[in-house]
Write a protein that binds this ligand. Structure first.
Ligand code: G6P
Length: 609
């Protein structure tokens, strides 16, 4: 999604800004731009549609130099990806970059037009530039103008603004979209993600909702939503900045798929003993809160939502407590009934997904017992706003299609299931058995990865396919949903998932030799039922691809490709069966020649509604 980088320094900032944009590339965008105030006090603007490389090419042939600047990667919401719509947007002496959406931009546009402002783009951002210009020309300082402008906005935004009349200043603010402040020596920065600035600093302030900042090269001032000067904690990040690096792999996605044994082990480390879940992993207050939990409401988006759906099966069958799961974009706009002592759980790789964050804010107004986030991004908004936090240890996930984040989320959710389950009848023996199985997940996942070559060969059978069906039963149904999502995200094959028993209520009408049907079939108590469902498919000439437990000896034939997965306990099957489905979508995308790491129209971190 959109990315912001801004800098005020005593050296040329163009390189810092562009490097920052490159570090944000993985988030998905369709155009990029930069504005710096040059030594003559003029705004130098360069923009390009497409990758940041297009912008660097322009800068190579037409360089800019300046000590103060802002830069942006845009993911189109209002208006097509064109140079005119790309940020920064200018009004006279002012340049602005913006993430988020100004919902009342139409009304503001009309008011500004009435004052004589001319609009050249279709974006909502241009109203910000003109409004701030209008306010500064009435005599307000840049920070006062920003505060006065923001007071007129409905929506969600992070903004950074520069003005050629104040060449050593940058002002910025956030409300509903992330923004961090990076502190250097005689230089200060803002960015939508700390990752953009790790090459220049490891000292960060994670701004609160509603905060404004006023930067010079040698000082920063932070104001809260009421306009009071405030102190915010400075975080010295000590983790090694894991720079986006594909290593030996052709794509980040493949690297991230193969990293799973390591990151799953890391996520379990310190969270289990030989026989028990160590619930301090959920926070110091977790035990007291867990004692009271009688139900769970999970809210998430995309892949994280699928992790939540898997957890529903676990919560109800293992922990014996009711569990509801809903996509955040629906939950946030619905009147909900909150049963007594319900724990509100959000799941998010990035911790910045706008809908999930908004759902948490809504939930805080209701009678939930407490909130817990399962998240992969330290210091993210969801982490800072939740009562309890479980950090997955997946490391930076760069591929837009989520892989290692999903399986580490499943680990977290199973630990939560056990922690709650032991208060609702899960015996110490059962817990010990589950914990022992969990400890084997990294190795079992590593074994599943050895199917890579076989799956690569199988993927060629999808080369000319336009549609695919994914089937599962029980807890494997959400695993099938995740498999279908992966395939559609990166190969652009239309893929749908169904609980296999639902086939005859509609999707069977679609089955013919051109429709690959992928079945997730571990050897569990639903295996026989699933086999009958698959026979219904075969009887109609469908081509089956079955990921099955080798022990169940699923028969292969001309129309049935069986990929044998080694036998694993039911409790960890969702983590293990996810792996071949990730590999399948990856290899199909390679056969199709699509952009695996940055699929069209998608963003890694969706910070707008
Ligand atoms: C986007 C990403 C998905 C991700 C979803 C939720 O759609 O492309 O990969 O699953 O957002 O993101 P989150 O960071 O909240 O898990």
């Amino acid at each position: 999604m959109c990315g912001i980088v801004g800098a005020v320094a005593s050296r040329n900032v163009t390189g810092i800004l562009v490097e920052g944009l490159m570090r944000l590339e993985y988030r998905g965008y369709d155009s990029a731009g930069v504005a710096v105030i040059d030594k003559d006090g003029a705004l130098q603007i360069r923009k390009a549609v497409g990758k940041v490389k297009g912008l660097t090419d322009k800068l190579d042939s037409n360089p800019t130099q300046g000590f103060t600047g802002i830069a942006h990667t845009r993911w189109a919401t209002h208006g097509k990806p064109t140079e005119l719509n790309a940020h920064p947007h200018c009004s006279g002496d002012i340049a602005v970059v913006h993430n988020g959406i100004i919902e009342n931009h139409g009304e503001l546009r009309e008011k500004l037009k009435a004052k004589g402002y001319e609009f050249v783009s279709e974006t909502d951002t241009e109203v910000i530039a003109h409004l701030i210009h209008n306010l500064t020309s009435e005599g307000l300082s840049l920070i006062d103008a920003l505060q006065a402008a923001v007071a007129q906005f409905d929506g969600a935004y992070a903004l950074a603004v520069i003005d050629i009349n104040r060449p050593n200043e940058l002002v910025a603010c956030r409300s509903g979209s992330p923004l961090v402040l990076g502190l250097g020596i005689e230089e200060n920065f803002v960015a939508s993600d700390q990752m953009a600035l790790r090459q220049v600093t490891d000292r960060f302030v994670f701004l609160n909702e509603g905060d404004f900042v006023h930067l010079n090269d040698d000082k920063v001032a932070i104001y809260n939503i009421e306009g009071d000067l405030v102190d915010r904690d400075i975080h010295q990040l000590t983790d090694k900045a894991e720079v986006a690096d594909k290593g030996q792999y052709r794509h980040y996605m493949l690297k991230e798929i193969f990293e799973q044994p390591t990151v799953l082990a890391r996520t379990l480390q310190g969270r289990i003993s030989k026989t028990k879940v160590l619930e301090a992993a959920f926070g110091a207050d977790a035990s007291g809160i867990f004692d009271k939990v009688e139900g769970v409401q999970i809210v998430a988006c995309g892949t994280s939502y699928h992790a939540g759906l898997v957890a529903k099966y676990w919560m109800e069958s293992i922990a014996s407590i009711p569990c509801q799961v809903e996509v955040a974009s629906e939950y946030r706009y619905r009147k909900v009934f909150v049963p007594k002592n319900t724990l509100f759980v959000t799941i998010s790789q990035s911790g910045e997904t706008a809908d999930t964050l908004a759902a948490l804010k809504e939930a805080k107004k209701s009678d939930y017992l407490a909130s817990l986030v399962i998240c992969n991004a330290p210091n993210s908004s969801l982490v800072r706003e939740s009562d309890l936090v479980f950090m997955t240890q997946a490391g930076p996930e760069i591929g837009v299609a989520s892989t290692k984040a999903f399986t580490t989320q499943l680990i977290a959710l199973q630990l939560l299931t056990i922690a709650l389950g032991r208060r609702h009848g899960l015996s110490a023996d059962q817990e010990a058995k589950m914990v022992a199985a969990l400890a084997t997940v990294p190795d079992e996942v590593a074994k599943a990865l050895t199917l890579d070559t076989e799956i690569k060969i199988t993927s060629e059978k999808f080369a000319d396919k336009k549609h695919a069906l994914f089937l599962g039963r029980g807890v494997e149904y959400p695993v099938a949903m995740e498999g279908a999502l992966k395939l559609k995200e990166i190969s652009y094959i239309h893929a749908e998932s169904y609980p296999a028993g639902e086939l005859k209520h509609g999707p069977l009408a679609l089955v013919d030799a051109d429709m690959p049907i992928v079945a997730v079939a571990p050897n569990n108590e639903l295996m026989e039922k699933l086999k009958s469902n698959l026979e219904e498919v075969q009887a109609r000439g469908g081509k089956l691809f079955v990921f099955s437990d080798q022990a169940s000896a699923f028969p292969s034939s001309d129309d049935v490709t069986v990929i044998n997965v080694h036998s694993v306990p039911d409790t960890i099957a969702p983590m293990v069966y996810t792996i071949p489905l990730q590999l399948l979508s990856y290899h199909v995308a390679i056969v199709k020649g699509t952009d695996v790491d940055q699929p069209r129209n998608l963003a890694k971190s969706v910070t707008v509604e």
